[in-house]
Design a protein around this ligand. Structure first.
Ligand SMILES: C[S@@+](CC[C@H](N)C(=O)[O-])C[C@H]1O[C@@H](n2cnc3c(N)ncnc32)[C@H](O)[C@@H]1O
Length: 274
């Protein structure tokens, strides 16, 4: 992340969700001309070939990953969890689009630059959750635990922590420190839904991988935290969390009753409990 500049990838993934019908709020979070493009895209998608083009794009897994995490959240709230912590929230709009959060306090955690952009776009739009609390945290520098406690987070009540599309941008020490803080903070019946990307990078052939890495570096969000399935599992277990599932886009598509992406991707979703 570059100081003072909101995350470009946050914008890109929200755009992908907006192209799909997963996130009706995304359009209003886009700067000009992306919002207008989304509107035009929706109309075109209904009519024809754009939907095939989208299925062939490497971003098709993004709405699927969001739906998979929505299902974990809905299950946790139906079990009585009333605190949701969205780590690296970016332009995540769950607090403004998920009726399942009606009784839940949502803590939006992000780098100050991204958070400032988001709060200016969201304005006074009415949330669907009980309350939203914005908390500035740089995972590489700040103490998540202190920041959350200062924001009236209740560590003895159950909470769900969502960490969607973030760990790949963090140095391993920041990921491990955050996992340890989650284990300390999530009380009994805490849930973590965390995605990670493996070094295969979307099943790309080896010569293409350094180019993709360089591209992320150029936009100021280098891929510092790719991890294998074994590394991801070991990190969860070292933090004292119990792994419940580790799934990929084909499973997310099946659960959502949607077509699987054509392009293989290297992002996975871990669900763990305290
Ligand atoms: C790809 S976006 C994902 C956003 C959101 N979770 C989603 O899925 O729409 C990555 C997010 O990680 C945040 N991020 C990256 N590095 C960070 C850091 N060191 N501290 C806090 N947030 C960070 C960015 O600000 C951005 O919002």
């Amino acid at each position: 992340m570059r100081d003072g500049i909101p995350s470009f990838t946050a914008l890109a993934v929200a755009f992908a969700r907006g192209v799909d019908d997963v996130d009706p709020v995304a359009q209003s979070l886009m700067p000009f001309p992306l919002g207008a493009l989304l509107r035009a895209g929706h109309a075109a998608k209904k009519r024809g070939p754009l939907r095939y083009l989208l299925r062939a794009s490497p971003s098709t897994h993004l709405p699927l990953r969001t739906l998979a995490i929505d299902a974990v959240i809905a299950r946790a709230t139906s079990e009585g969890v009333r605190q949701l912590v969205v780590l690296g929230a970016g332009l995540d709009a769950r607090a403004w689009r998920m009726p399942a959060l009606a009784d839940t306090v949502v803590f939006e955690i992000d780098h100050p630059a991204t958070q400032a952009y988001k709060s200016s776009r969201i304005g006074d739009r009415k949330a669907m959750c009980r309350e939203v609390r914005f908390v500035n945290v740089d995972f590489a520098k700040d103490d998540l635990e202190t920041r959350l406690r200062d924001s009236a987070f209740n560590p003895s009540a159950p909470a769900i922590f969502v960490w969607e599309g973030v760990t790949m941008y963090l140095p391993p020490a920041a990921t491990e420190g955050t996992l340890a803080a989650i284990a300390r903070l999530s009380g009994a019946h805490g849930v973590l839904a965390m995605t990670y990307a493996t070094p295969k990078l979307a099943g790309l052939v080896a010569p293409v991988r350094p180019i993709v890495r360089a591209a992320f570096g150029l936009i100021g969000e280098p891929l510092l935290g790719l991890m294998s399935r074994e590394e991801a599992r070991a990190r969860i277990e070292r933090a004292g969390l119990a792994l419940e599932s580790d799934t990929g886009a084909r499973e997310w598509a099946r659960e959502a009753g949607r077509p699987a992406p054509w392009v293989p991707i290297a992002e996975r979703l871990l669900v763990a409990r305290t």
